[in-house]
Design a protein around this ligand. Structure first.
Ligand code: KG4
Ligand code: ZN
Length: 339
């Protein structure tokens, strides 16, 4: 039997994503990003993001349908990110999804952004085993999530108490004058630096600290102090070593806590998602530590890790397959929607 054909819309931050999947098969992944418009502000500006979504929505839906080579009338459902995310940005996606669902007479599925970041891995590695531990690291969130049922039971074990992991990359890149977004640049510089050059602090990794929460603001402050001291002394800042040492501190804590959660909960699959999952050192260290712990690691390709519509479609398709109830047409965007 054919698996459900679903179109997914994602507008929680600065990417207008429209994806189409059939079950676990990716048919289209169209993304329009306003990241360059935010670059000069050093971060995402909500009003600019909302306007860009509005302008990009219809052409991006059309592009996805063309890419997939399917007719809108053949869809089994329309899925959309209902939250968490920027309120105004989410609203554009939810309104568009309602309009398409209503006009086409298709069921509407409001889904959680974090659960979609997990579910997207199905498009790369096939159906996700349950339970799976998920480490979600992006510009907006850093969470450890125990996934028992991707459509109805994703339990948060821990999250950041201050900055998200990607936010830390972006802030450190800014203080090194490397531009925005910072993650990819730091990743690149770090490859030529020494991760042991500077001993930066590992936040919340003491014996008495919460086992699964993260904190990156102390690390950011430590990097800032270290760089300022160099500048004050009139010395050149070794950007490659700072990048490598900072990055090592982040990925050390992330991987250590993720593996600990797998062991404590008796889970033998770990997936890593979100924009920071594109980080080459995070991927390598996670693989090394998973191998040692007997845990199977699943990381989708970078394009699927960052925000996109295919991840929403993947979760929508899973909802249809599992006969989950569609959302009512009064579905609202919820900027702080819990998993
Ligand atoms: O998931 P995403 O595209 O958007 C959300 O925040 O939801 O993630 C973007 C974040 C940015 O903070 C960016 O700096 C970070 O992911 N990022 C990286 C890398 N590529 C993107 N961080 C570290 N290393 C990378 N290679
Ligand atoms: Zn995201």
């Amino acid at each position: 039997a054919d698996e459900p054909l679903v179109l997914g819309i994602e507008t929680s931050c600065d990417e207008t994503g429209v994806g189409i999947v059939r079950g676990t098969t990716l048919l289209a992944d169209a993304v329009a990003s306003s990241v360059e418009e935010h670059g000069r502000y050093g971060g995402v500006v909500p009003e600019i993001a909302s306007r860009a979504h509005l302008e990009a929505m219809v052409p991006t839906v059309q592009r996805a349908l063309d890419q997939a080579g399917v007719k809108a009338s053949d869809l089994d459902g329309i899925a959309v990110t209902a939250g968490p995310g920027l309120a105004g940005a989410l609203l554009v996606g939810v309104s568009a999804a309602k309009a398409y669902a209503y006009a086409l007479g298709k069921p509407l599925y409001g889904v959680n952004h974090l659960a979609s970041h997990i579910c997207v891995d199905q498009l790369e590695h096939g159906r996700l085993p349950e339970p799976t531990m998920a480490l979600l690291v992006s510009g907006g969130h850093s969470s450890l999530l125990l996934t028992e049922d991707i459509t109805s039971s994703v339990r948060s074990l821990g999250a950041t108490i201050d900055d998200a992991a990607g936010e830390a990359f972006d802030k450190v890149a800014r203080l090194l004058n490397l531009g925005f977004p910072g993650g990819p640049v730091i990743d690149r510089y770090a490859r030529e630096g020494d991760p042991k050059a500077i001993a930066f602090p590992r936040g919340l990794s003491g014996a008495k600290d919460p086992a699964y929460d993260f904190s990156f603001s102390g690390l950011k402050t430590a990097v800032s102090r270290w760089v300022e001291a160099k500048r004050r002394a009139g010395e050149e800042v070794p950007v490659r070593d700072v990048s490598a040492s900072f990055q090592e501190a982040v990925v050390d804590v992330l991987t250590r806590k993720a593996i600990r959660a797998c062991k404590d909960e008796g889970v033998d699959h770990l997936m890593i998602g979100g924009g920071v999952a594109a980080n080459s050192r995070l991927r390598a260290l996670a693989q090394e530590r998973c191998d040692r712990a007997g845990v199977t690691l699943r990381v989708p390709r970078p394009k699927l890790c960052t925000d996109n519509g295919a991840m929403v479609a993947a979760l929508g398709s899973e909802m249809v397959r599992r006969d989950r109830a569609p959302s009512a047409f009064d579905l609202s965007a919820d900027s702080s929607l819990p998993v």
